[in-house]
Design a protein around this ligand. Structure first.
Ligand SMILES: [Zn+2]
Length: 76
C-alpha cells in the first residue's frame, strides 16, 4: 500500500501523466482514501498549469529594464 510520503515523491510524475500503469493505479487508490493527498495533488496540478501558462522564454533585457525602474533598496 502506498504511503503519503510516496505520493509526495510520485506526485509530479502523476500530474505530468507519466509513470507506469501500476504506479497510477496505486496512487489513485491512495487518493480515494486520503483527503490530504487529494489536496496535495490538486494544488500540484494547479501549480503545474499556472507555470505552463507563464510566457517563456523570459526576456532578460525586459527583466533588467523592470529592475532598473524599481526604487533602490533601503539601507537597514
Ligand atoms: Zn496520503
Amino acid at each position: 500500500m502506498l504511503k503519503c510520503r510516496d505520493v509526495l515523491a510520485l506526485g509530479s510524475v502523476y500530474v505530468d501523466g507519466a509513470g507506469s500503469g501500476r504506479e497510477k493505479f496505486v496512487l489513485r487508490a491512495h487518493l480515494l482514501m486520503c483527503g490530504h493527498c487529494r489536496k496535495f495533488i490538486r494544488s500540484l496540478r494547479l501549480t503545474t498549469r499556472t507555470v505552463e501558462q507563464l510566457p517563456l522564454p523570459v526576456d532578460e533585457a525586459r527583466v533588467q529594464k523592470i529592475i532598473a525602474l524599481l526604487p533602490p533598496a533601503e539601507k537597514p
